[in-house]
Structures are given as structure tokens and as C-alpha cells.
Design a binder for this molecule. Structure first.
Ligand code: FES
Ligand SMILES: [Fe+2]
Length: 371
């Protein structure tokens, strides 16, 4: 007999200390009902990165995107203020903005030509004379909450959630000294993985456990024994001192500095830092068995002269990612097996995963009660 959603949610004990804890159960990675609950209460209820701040720096600059099926626009107004809107025309619901990004002084819907100002107000509705009880003032684009932190623009579909600063908690203070403004955006790469989005996040949060086994080249430049894992609020910081190595030339040339810093912010955003280097990972579900991971690469030098070195650095990152993709897809197949229900966690290594599972369980169990 099929288990109810409530039974599935209750099958994870989010009160267990790490030494006694299990992972979230396999059903959470394969059940459509859990995925639907996540859409509503995780992705629809938390601050989500939707753009880079440098894309919407100047008045008129906009980014159009989608968050869990909701078409959205973020735009810098003529008054310098950043605003977010649903990209849904108030006339008959067409997408008003059809380019992914750009610069505009007005948004004109391609369907019947209604136009909206950058502040969201309806400016023009052709051939609409004689329509009764139609108040233009009430027919602007519907706003959505938007806030910026460091280099990133966040949106929250939940009108009642805490402001971004409260959501990020201690992350801001931990990241501030690392001066993210030193690096500049260079390139985006997007990967599709045949696994649930949480498998990718788990893999990221295993405290380096898999690094010596799966990423031999990367492992050679990290002092694995000194790898640290700190949980705070809704983030986990994994960090490792770096060492000189001749195992892999490309890795040694592009992964440098005193320490490697790997930040994860619940639920799906990562920031990875080495000297002169940053990449961010945004993990987005695409059905229960698939996810998309967007990597944005930043470097201190993005001049033409540095392009080849930067591309070499991306290639190093891509090799690590290829290794992760293979194992994540293998895990997803295993999670479907009748042989597997849940696993235990390494106390030394897997505290980050434990935090992730508890935060997720908190949101899903709260959501399960509201349903
Ligand atoms: S749907 Fe936009 S003008 Fe008609
Ligand atoms: Fe990895």
C-alpha cells in the first residue's frame, strides 16, 4: 500500500543528534509529493538567487527569469531602486519581457501592446476606451520581494518571510572579510544532472569525505586532515588550508591561496573561493529525478590576457564537476532501490548534511501541517 505523505515526512527524525542521526529517507528523493511540497515551502518560501547584482546595476537594466514556474523580472528603476515583478501581463497573462536580460526604458507586452514603466505602473493600454470599472492604477505589474546581498540578487515568493538579512543570518559577517567584490564575472556554465537536487547538495556538504576518493587532483592541493566544518544559522562553511602539490599542474596553477572556502546557504546556493577565484552554484530542481546546476565563474583578472588561464581554471572546475555528476547519478539510482532506506552520517565529516536535512525537514513538516 502506498504510504501517505505524512508518514513519509514523519519517517525522518530531525531531533536526533549527529551521532545518532540518519540521512533523510530515500523516499524524500524520489516521491513526487515531497517534490511538490518543496516547490511550495522550500523554493516558494525562501530567498532564492535570481540574478547577479552586476546585471542590474544601471537604471533600466533588467533580468527576466523563472523561479519554480513563476516568470519574474528584476529591474533597476530610473530612480535607482531595484524592484521585482511577476513577468505576467495584467491583460491576458502573456510574458511582458521576452529577453533574458537587457536595458529598457519601458516594458511593452508583445501580445496587445500594453506598456509598463520600470516602476511597474501601467502606462498604456491601446484601444481600451469605454471599458467600465477599469482602473489603470490597479493594473500595474504585480510586485515580488527582491533584495541584494554582496554580488547576488534574491527574490522571495513568500510575502511574509523574514527579510533577507535575517534569512542569511551569520553568513554575511563570515563572507564580508573575504571581499567578494575583488572578483568579476567571467562565464556561466549550466549542467543538467539526472538526480534529485538534494543529492547534489548532499554531495557538496559531506565535509570533504568524498574528495580523496573521487577528486584526486583537487585533493592534492587541500590539507584534508585540517578540513573544517562549521554550521551556523542556515549556512555551512567548509574550509581547508591549501598545500603545494605537483600531482596535477592545472589544478595547482588555478587553485591557490592560503585556504579554500566553501559556503553553502540553505537551501541551494554555494559560494566557492580560492585566491583570485570564485564560483557560485545554484541548484534548481527539474522534476523529482533531475536538477540543473548553474555555475557562475568569477576571476580577479577578466582581461583578454587572462582569458586562457581563466578557461583553464574553468576546465579544472568542470573536471571536478564531471566526477560529481557521475556519482550523484549513481546515488539517485541507488535511492530508487528497495535495498536502501536511509544511511548514517560521519560525525567527523557530515555535519553540514545533517544541518541541511534538519532545515529541510523543518520547512517540509511545517508545510505538511499547513496543507
Ligand atoms: S496579454 Fe499583454 S497586452 Fe494582452
Ligand atoms: Fe565533489
Amino acid at each position: 500500500m502506498e504510504r501517505s505523505l505524512q508518514e513519509i515526512l514523519q519517517s525522518y527524525n530531525d531531533r536526533s543528534p549527529l551521532e545518532e542521526a540518519y540521512t533523510i529517507p530515500a523516499s524524500w528523493y524520489v516521491d513526487e509529493r515531497v517534490a511538490a511540497l518543496e516547490r511550495q515551502f522550500v523554493f516558494g518560501g525562501t530567498w532564492q538567487v535570481v540574478a547577479r547584482a552586476d546585471q542590474v546595476q544601471e537604471p533600466g537594466q533588467f533580468v527576466a527569469t523563472e523561479l519554480e514556474g513563476e516568470p519574474l523580472i528584476v529591474v533597476r528603476g530610473g530612480d535607482g531602486q531595484l524592484r521585482g515583478f511577476y513577468n505576467v501581463c495584467r491583460h491576458h497573462a502573456a510574458a511582458v519581457v521576452t529577453e533574458a536580460s537587457g536595458n529598457a526604458s519601458i516594458f511593452r507586452c508583445p501580445y496587445h501592446g500594453w506598456s509598463y514603466g520600470l516602476e511597474g505602473t501601467l502606462k498604456g493600454a491601446p484601444e481600451f476606451e469605454g471599458v467600465c470599472n477599469f482602473d489603470r492604477g490597479q493594473n500595474g505589474l504585480v510586485p515580488v520581494r527582491v533584495e541584494t546581498w554582496e554580488r547576488f540578487v534574491f527574490v522571495n515568493l513568500d510575502e511574509n518571510g523574514a527579510p533577507l538579512a535575517g534569512f542569511l543570518g551569520g553568513l554575511a559577517a563570515r563572507v564580508a572579510p573575504l571581499n567578494l567584490s575583488q572578483v568579476h564575472f567571467f562565464e556561466r556554465r549550466t549542467y543538467t544532472l539526472n538526480c534529485n537536487w538534494k543529492v547534489f547538495v548532499d554531495n557538496y556538504l559531506d565535509g570533504g569525505y568524498h574528495v580523496p576518493h573521487l577528486h584526486k587532483a583537487l585533493n592534492s592541493v587541500l590539507d584534508y586532515k585540517q578540513y573544517t566544518i562549521e554550521n551556523e544559522d542556515r549556512f555551512c562553511l567548509q574550509s581547508s588550508p591549501m598545500v603545494e602539490s605537483e600531482v596535477d599542474e592545472a589544478t595547482s596553477a588555478t587553485r591557490q591561496g592560503e585556504r579554500a572556502w566553501y559556503f553553502w546557504q540553505y537551501p541551494n546556493f554555494m559560494i566557492n573561493l580560492y585566491a583570485g577565484y570564485m564560483d557560485t552554484n545554484l541548484v534548481l530542481p527539474d522534476g523529482v529525478d533531475r536538477c540543473k546546476v548553474i555555475f557562475d565563474f568569477y576571476f580577479d583578472d577578466v582581461s583578454e590576457a587572462a582569458a586562457e588561464k581563466n578557461r583553464q581554471s574553468i576546465a579544472v572546475g568542470e573536471r571536478v564537476n564531471d566526477e560529481d555528476v557521475g556519482i550523484c547519478e549513481s546515488v539517485q539510482r541507488g535511492l530508487h532501490s528497495r535495498a536502501y532506506q536511509a544511511g548514517r552520517l560521519s560525525v567527523r565529516r557530515e555535519a553540514g548534511e545533517h544541518l541541511f536535512h534538519r532545515l529541510l525537514a523543518g520547512d517540509l513538516k511545517r508545510g505538511g501541517i499547513e496543507l
